[in-house]
Ligand binder design. Structure first.
Ligand code: SF4
Length: 94
């Protein structure tokens, strides 16, 4: 990978894929406070990731967003899958 920015450009796609249950986002904005990759959509009042594929360098930043999300009674609506192993990365063990 050469871009390092998690962009979707061909050949530069990040290893980690974000799964976002946008329908269950309650619009607290906490993800956007702690993560560079997350912002709020002013039209929907819900969060929106800038990139759905992020690099190793961006993983911790996105795990922070997953960790602080209070939706679904604290379960959160952001999860991150390692596309090489197919497993969800547990935000609590990083
Ligand atoms: S922290 Fe969770 S509920 Fe709050 S805006 Fe972000 S995704 Fe939505």
């Amino acid at each position: 990978m050469d871009s390092g920015d998690g962009s979707d450009e061909e050949g530069g796609r990040g290893r980690y894929k974000i799964l976002f249950e946008g329908g269950s986002c309650i619009g607290t904005g906490r993800c956007a406070e702690v993560s560079e990759n997350w912002g709020m959509d002013i039209e929907t009042g819900k969060a929106r990731p800038e990139n759905y594929f992020v690099s190793e360098e961006e993983l911790d930043d996105n795990l922070d967003a997953a960790r602080v999300c209070p939706a679904k009674n604290g379960e959160g609506v952001i999860s991150i899958v390692d596309t090489e192993t197919g497993e969800v990365v547990d935000p609590e063990i990083r």
